[in-house]
Design a protein around this ligand. Structure first.
Ligand code: BG6
Length: 611
């Protein structure tokens, strides 16, 4: 998954492209490039290997005054990260110049076709094949850009968001998409395109959402849209509710720590969007009470951290509503031909709303005629647009690759669903309903208390332990669920090998890995099974482990803990919202003390829009 940007207007394109790419680097950062022109046929192309910084260095002394251009930051799928494979790619004679986010699955077959027509390919990329195929149809049918791009869309298989410049059309940028994200912006200074909102938020909040298998032409002051038949179609300009500052670091060293420090705020915002007059209000989803009453089975499908939210939600939903819940990894669910209950509800959780496996899982559920609800953070994203019902989290743009604030808002969304479903199914009475909602509304302040009170301690702890090679996270019930996320956070950003285990499972094998000073992080919040968790921690302690415990204030863990981070007390169901904060901070500060690029960890990307 790469990031693409484009601008066509009155201003110097290079500044807008580089600024936009810097906001998209979380999507891929192993090489980058831009193509710029000015009312002329000639297009100047500059590419470089590595981070965007290298490209900026390369062109800083170039006089690039062009007011029309496209740009790309890459996450290699086909062909290693190098200058030749970097985008933009051009057709053999330079007639077509293109940037692409996605994967062309049948590119080998198309390569043979192009070679039969004397095309030569200089890179290892599927994108260069796409570029030449557009040129092939452009020259064969001489019907202009719309026809050439439409014929190409019919011929290729895979996912793509492309921005194209044709030599003969100096003041136009053409775009098309299928499954890969793209938005198009408009303001008095010109037209913009990008893979994601943060890239153009600084310039405009007025955007168009281009749908699958549609194309558009960006002129200097207008955008026109076409369908696969080449007929012009109308699109409504929509306003984005996010503010510019949310896509800036605002004095923080990294987006990750900035976003962790925003968690109390965004949790409050999301709660306020879901609680009206002390009642849970799911009206934004469009789900009716009749529909909720009918649900006999719930399936939660997601990837990465969103999947861990699903695991937490399973414990709460089943306990409160007594509806059976299955949690599925999207990349497995989509190919497993799952047997789904007709009276089931499939919940897709996704921050970006663009993760390819989660999108495919959504389509699988819809193909089977199962109702779908998605919990998504990006308005207008593919998963949101294709779901029957949507619940938006209000985390704002999340730039750091490792999710933090979106995770916390997804938990709030799941709590709200569980409480309301339980009420509708008469599994809780009015008093219990009120108590849960009252406690839920205290969560933002409790998160703030943790951020204020524990951050420094965690910073000290992390700098002491950032040299370790391995760490284990253990817990029972909801504590096990959240330890999965704690483990992933440390892995993602600090590259330390970690495992999360159900505390009771450790003695069935993995405890053999525990030796002197092995770091074991125990999460112990669940009253009913508290002593059980402590005895599992005693088992690892007696084998030499260094035990860190995350537990509510007032809990006595002295006999087992070498170090303890206390969190405020809350309702048993809501502890994941509090325990996750110290776990995110441990990941962050371990990575910082190792001097790593926290916001853009190696080999990762914010949203995986390819399989
Ligand atoms: C990964 C991100 O690429 O995708 C994770 O690095 C994220 O942070 C996962 O949890 C799923 O993404 P999304 O957008 O579907 O929640």
């Amino acid at each position: 998954m790469c990031g693409i940007v484009g601008y066509n207007g009155k201003e110097k394109a290079v500044d807008i492209l580089l600024d936009g790419l810097s906001k998209l680097e979380y999507r891929g950062y192993d090489s980058a490039g831009v193509a710029i022109r000015d009312n002329k046929k000639e297009i100047e192309i500059y590419k470089s290997k590595g981070k965007l910084l290298n490209l900026k260095d390369k062109i800083k002394d170039k006089k690039l005054n062009g007011t029309c251009g496209i740009g790309h930051t890459r996450w290699a799928t086909h062909g290693e990260p190098n200058e030749t494979n970097a985008h933009p790619h051009t057709s053999n004679d330079g007639n077509v110049t293109l940037v692409h986010n996605g994967i062309i699955e049948n590119y080998q077959e198309l390569t043979q076709k192009l070679k039969r027509h004397d095309y030569k390919l200089y890179s290892e990329t599927d994108t260069e094949v796409l570029t030449n195929l557009i040129d092939y149809y452009y020259k064969k049918y001489k019907m202009g850009p719309i026809d050439a791009i439409n014929r190409t869309m019919v011929r290729v298989r895979g996912s793509y968001a492309i921005a194209v410049m044709f030599r003969e059309y100096p003041n136009e940028i053409w775009v098309a998409r299928k499954d890969s994200p793209m938005i198009i912006g408009l303001d008095k200074n010109g037209t913009y395109l990008a893979s994601d909102v943060p890239a153009i938020l600084k310039y405009t909040k007025n955007v168009y959402y281009i749908d699958n298998m549609e194309l558009a032409c960006l002129k200097k002051d207008s955008v026109s849209f076409y369908d696969l038949n080449g007929d012009e179609i109308n699109k409504e300009l929509k306003e984005i509710k996010w503010d510019v500052s949310s896509a800036e670091k605002e004095g923080y060293e990294h987006f990750m720590i900035k976003e962790i420090n925003e968690e109390d705020e965004v949790v409050k915002k999301t709660l306020n969007s879901l609680i009206k007059d002390n009642q849970i209000d799911l009206s934004q989803t469009g789900l009716t009470i009749e529909e909720i009453k009918k649900f006999k089975q719930i399936y939660i499908v997601a990837c990465g951290s969103a999947y861990h939210v699903g695991i937490c939600a399973q414990y709460i939903l089943e306990d409160l509503t007594r509806i059976p819940v299955r949690v599925e990894i999207a990349s497995e669910f989509r190919y497993r031909k799952p047997i789904l209950d007709k009276n089931g509800l499939v919940i897709i959780i996704s921050q970006s709303g663009e993760t390819a496996d989660s999108l495919a899982a959504l389509r699988e559920a819809k193909d089977q005629g199962i109702k779908t609800l998605s919990i998504v953070n990006v308005v207008g994203s593919s998963i949101a647009r294709e779901s029957d019902h949507v619940l938006y989290t209000l985390a704002g743009p999340e730039i750091a690759v490792a999710t933090t604030k979106a995770f916390s808002t997804q938990l709030i969304a799941c709590y709200s669903l569980a409480i309301e479903f339980a009420k509708v199914k008469n599994k809780i009475n009015k008093k219990e309903y009120k108590e849960l909602i009252d406690e839920l509304q205290l969560i933002p302040d409790k998160i703030k208390t943790i951020l204020d009170n524990v951050t420094e301690e965690i910073q000290r702890f992390s700098s002491k332990f950032s040299h370790i090679k391995d760490a284990f996270y253990i817990g029972r019930g909801l504590d096990y669920a959240i330890s999965l996320e704690g483990s992933l956070k440390l892995k993602e950003v600090s590259y330390i090998h970690t495992e999360a285990y159900a505390a009771g499972e450790l003695k069935h094998g993995t405890i053999s890995l525990i030796e002197d000073n092995t770091l074991v992080i125990g999460i112990a919040t669940q009253e009913e099974i508290f002593e059980k968790t402590i005895s599992n921690l005693v088992e690892v302690k007696s084998r030499g482990a260094y035990v860190l415990v995350v537990t509510p204030e007032g809990k006595d863990v002295k006999k087992v803990a070498n170090a303890t981070f206390y969190i405020p007390e809350t309702n048993k169901y809501f502890y994941p919202s509090l325990t996750v904060i110290p776990l995110q901070l441990i990941g962050y500060y371990m990575a910082v003390s190792k001097g790593l690029d926290v916001d853009k960890p190696r080999n990762l990307a914010k949203s995986v829009t390819v399989e």
